[in-house]
Write a protein that binds this ligand. Structure first.
Ligand code: ZN
Length: 105
């Protein structure tokens, strides 16, 4: 691969968010209106050490922009950032990035 080709694939490769190392992406669907939400969570500011269970914990309020339902996510991570448990309060469901990208049938 030529230098220029490599350079341009470097510049265009991936979505802008993917080089954002502090970002954790949260995908949620509102089960009341079906709206899918993608939220950027900042690991530095929004995810905190979990002193009870070890690892990290994220607690986040999620406001759906269509029906304005307020949901509340709580996600626990181990020290290697693997999700160990997660809970979504409200009428919502966690999605995978693939499910988020797939249009509703
Ligand atoms: Zn909704």
């Amino acid at each position: 691969m030529s230098f220029l080709k490599r350079l341009s694939s470097m510049l265009t490769g991936g979505a802008p968010g993917e080089r954002d190392r502090d970002a954790f992406w949260l995908y949620v669907r509102c089960d009341r209106c079906g709206e899918k939400l993608r939220l950027r969570v900042d690991r530095k500011f929004e995810i905190h050490p979990d002193y009870d269970q070890g690892g990290y914990v994220l607690r986040k309020e999620i406001m759906d922009g269509r029906c304005f339902q307020l949901m509340y996510a709580e996600i626990h991570f181990d020290p290697a950032w693997n999700i160990t448990s997660r809970d979504l309060h409200g009428e919502g469901t966690f999605l995978t990035p693939e499910e988020f990208a797939t249009p509703a049938p």
